[in-house]
Design a protein around this ligand. Structure first.
Ligand code: AP5
Length: 222
């Protein structure tokens, strides 16, 4: 029995742990991880036209204009690997207009996961976050320190991870989150993101296995 590929959306405030959980979800379910933040950072570092436009917004902790991000995401979602293996969309939609763009194209997830974490913890997580530019792995100076001195020496800090910018990103998130979740209320699953990452993943995993089962059943009966 071959089940339909899973389509998953993951949302949550800055540093709620989306990227961290996505690493674990991809390992287990083989979905194509589409992170708008990662795609945009890649455009910025290669100095493309999109990157040059996006850079100032990102560095200020503001949203990049919808038309830039939407074109990028819909192109990526329609590629063969995402269609065949299923997708895990991280960081999109981030506004009501973005959610509506997907609705118009009839692109809908099977489940909408929201990671819930208190503000003061988010700020701490951002300030301690470090990225490995080689493996793209996410670390934290206290919570998840790098495994070796060699990795430690090459870690980088995101330009939008200062306390002031984190606060502005959080503000924008809060302003938009209700309007976005109104589009996905029926499939919304809130998860307590203020726990050890393995524990959070166990819960996400059980939800995804359930969704997989449900889509299999629908295929059998339909
Ligand atoms: P994006 O990269 O999406 O940033 P974000 O939403 O602010 O999310 P983060 O990447 O900050 O956090 P995360 O939830 O992935 O947490 P992580 O796992 O790293 O977007 C960046 C920018 O791009 C935006 O500001 C905007 O300008 C632009 N952009 C992107 N999408 C856009 C869109 N759709 N429209 C317009 N503009 C867009 O974890 C954080 C830290 O906490 C890490 O150090 C990690 O090690 C640690 N940690 C994780 N889990 C745990 C845990 N359980 N316990 C303890 N520590 C943990």
């Amino acid at each position: 029995l071959v089940s339909e590929p899973l389509k998953v959306m993951i949302s949550g405030a800055p540093a709620s742990g989306k990227g961290t959980q996505c690493e674990l979800i991809v390992q287990k379910f083989g979905l194509v991880h589409i992170s708008t933040g990662d795609l945009l950072r890649a455009e910025v570092s290669s100095g493309t036209e999109i990157g040059n436009k996006a850079k100032e917004f990102m560095n200020a902790g503001r949203l990049v204009p919808d038309e830039i991000v939407t074109a990028m995401v819909t192109a990526r979602l329609s590629r063969e690997d995402a269609v065949e293996r299923g997708w895990l969309l991280d960081g999109y939609p981030r506004s009501f207009a973005q959610a509506q763009s997907l609705e118009k194209l009839k692109i809908r997830p099977d489940i909408y996961i929201v990671l819930d974490v208190p503000d003061e913890i988010l700020i701490n997580r951002c300030i301690g976050r470090r990225l490995d530019p080689v493996t793209r792995k996410i670390y934290h100076i206290k919570n998840f320190p790098p495994e070796t001195e060699e990795i430690k020496a090459r870690l980088v800090i995101r330009p939008d991870d200062t306390e002031e910018k984190v606060k502005s990103r959080l503000e924008i998130y809060k302003r938009n989150s209700e309007a976005i979740s109104s589009t996905y209320l029926k499939i919304m699953t809130k998860i307590d993101g203020n726990r050890p990452k393995e524990e959070i993943f166990k819960e996400i995993e059980s939800f995804l296995l359930q969704v997989q089962k449900d889509t299999e059943k629908m295929e059998k009966s339909g």
